[in-house]
Ligand binder design. Sequence first.
Ligand code: SAM
Ligand code: SF4
Length: 331
Amino acid sequence: MTILTDSYGRRIKNMRISITDKCNFRCVYCMPAEGLPWLPKSAILTYEEIARLARVAVDLGVEQIRLTGGEPLVRRDVPELVRLLHAIPGLRSLSLTTNGTRLPQLAGPLAEAGLTRINVSLDTLIPHKFFQLTRRDALAGVLAGLEALEAYPQIHPIKVNAVAMKGFTEDEVLDFAALARRKPYVIRWIEFMPLDADGIWRKEDILTGAAILAIIEAHYGPMVPVTGGDKSETARRYRFPDGVGEVGFINPVSEPFCASCDRIRLTAEGGLRTCLFSEEETDLRAILRGGGSDDDLAAALHAAVQHKELKHYINDTRFKRTKRSMSMIGG
Ligand code: SAM
Ligand code: SF4
């Protein structure tokens, strides 16, 4: 099989798969308070369809798969899907992005099924701010979910992702940094992107990774960059000067990493997207359900990847918001 490579020579190694558009939170930077018109069950790919597509993608050079949503853990029997994907020869990493609320029940079954990495989203450690942001009173549940993960060292590292927003994030930067030193968590701040359903994003609200690093360094002294590893790594990583703990910054707006982007994304209903900000999708569900062969799926993947966008234009007058917001894409 020919390896998936786009027209700019970027090899595709990473596939994000959204397994549901539904969520039990309503984060202000993602979903409207009233939710969205959910997809009917019949529109969503089955676990067998997802696993078949994943097998074809891995044959074409995809090495890492991350399950996401919506909230992936609100879908039933996710460990069953993890088991199917874990069995694919050649898949090097299988991970999940979650808001963490269902981890107290699911951390064990996910670990047993073969999950190797996890990202838990947590933007604040203060209950009333958590409610303001997610519109749900669920901070204790997320913290319990993180604790539950610590019993399963096979899921490693535990990454905690926080969306950084000016006026919201700054006063807790040092508390999160302290958490990264106290617990086996890697805390990473992600710049807010214009993918919210309510259209509240404003460039002025971005709190850059550099600004957060400055807050940490003012307290702890110069941080030590962690270099090496994967060149398509999106996070700038730093160790504390005394070597206890690590933090990271994902800066898609202030320091775009499009030149080394190795990702494709599959929406819950089987749309293949080659960029978070894609205006077009390739309908893989139609091929899956229309009797298409694995070769047909491979050909569709190659054709889509040929049109992978050079970059996003968030910092440019050419920027256009996509029709889909983050939970409908799979962040
Ligand atoms: N529900 C899961 C969760 O929240 O982790 C998985 C899906 S969520 C869409 C994936 C990630 O996208 C989360 O870390 C979330 O914080 C992030 N996200 C959502 N909207 C965003 C935005 N407008 N800008 C930056 N990150 C965003
Ligand atoms: Fe749900 Fe994740 Fe979007 Fe928050 S960011 S509303 S948890 S999908």
